[in-house]
Design a protein around this ligand. Structure first.
Ligand SMILES: [Zn+2]
Length: 291
């Protein structure tokens, strides 16, 4: 990847989205459940690691050090998204800590948790990134967050600008490449159809002027894999839409042309088919619901 100018950034989600951790180390969590199983389906868990348990910090110190040994990147994506705080609210250790630190709610606790994680990363010369969760106050000025929630890009741009954050645009209605790309493809009852043209229409600034959007650092196209059966299908979903997001990232709106893009894409088609050993028949067989 380095030889091709690609920086690989690992992601370790905290304080939630980590049910496998809850299965392996139940004692790290506010209310340990020894019978917790590794999650194999999409969605969120309620479990969050308990910031009041010293072994949690010892564990993450070791994890970050190991990541440093594996990945040359100085960035560790900490996720931070979809972390319902109801168990922090109930946890006696967390309650006591909030009272002691005069915190008014669990959001303040989240801010302190992120700050402590950031300090832990800093010991190795690493810094965090986060999935933006609407409340800019839980992050710290200068940090980088990703806007991803459907139809919330505009308010994300405004709030992160005000809070002094850097923003990467990954708004799901344009950028989620695991979403169905043609009408009739299975959408699990909630995913919007995101056509190649829709991806190409992404304006990372959402029409706002440069001075209000100069904190936007780039674009990002997630391919969440939990509903994708194999690598062949993942590539089928990723391409050619990734080409559209890439062009949206480096071309100003006044230089865009859907017709030009389609012409260029025709040249890429053979390369994509050959390079990925792409198997159209197999992909059709694997169309959800999967056999
Ligand atoms: Zn707790």
């Amino acid at each position: 990847c380095a030889a091709r100018g690609i920086e690989v950034i690992p992601e370790i989600d905290v304080p939630g989205h980590n049910q496998a951790l809850a299965a392996a180390y139940p004692e790290f969590f506010c209310f340990p459940k020894p019978d917790m199983k590794v999650r194999t389906t999409a969605g969120n868990s309620r479990e969050l690691v308990c910031p009041q348990k010293p072994e949690v910090w010892k564990f993450y110190a070791a994890v970050f050090k190991e990541l440093k040994d594996i990945f040359p990147s100085s960035i560790v994506h900490l996720g931070g998204d979809e972390a319902p705080t109801e168990l922090w609210e109930k946890c006696p250790l967390c309650r006591e800590a909030r009272t002691r630190a005069d915190m008014k709610d669990e959001q303040e606790q989240m801010r302190a948790f992120f700050a402590k994680m950031t300090a832990l990363l800093a010991k190795n010369g690493q810094k965090p990134q986060f999935w933006y969760e609407g409340d800019a106050g839980i992050y710290h000025p200068g940090e980088t967050v990703y806007a991803w929630r459907q139809d919330q890009a505009l308010q994300s741009i405004e709030k992160t600008k005000k809070a002094g954050l850097n923003l990467i645009m990954a708004s799901s209605e344009y950028c989620y490449l695991d979403f169905p790309q043609i009408q009739g493809q299975h959408n699990w009852g909630w995913m919007r159809t995101t056509t190649l043209q829709k991806c190409y229409e992404l304006d990372p600034a959402f029409g706002k002027p440069e001075k209000e959007t100069n904190h936007i650092r780039g674009v990002h196209a997630p391919v969440w894999a939990e509903h994708l059966p194999d690598l062949n299908h993942l590539l089928y979903r990723a391409y050619p839409r990734a080409c559209a997001i890439a062009e949206a990232g480096w071309s100003p709106m006044n230089a865009r042309s859907w017709e030009n893009f389609r012409r260029k894409l025709a040249d890429h088609r053979q390369f994509i088919l050959k390079r990925f050993n792409y198997d159209m028949e197999r992909t059709k067989e694997n169309e959800p619901p999967f056999k």
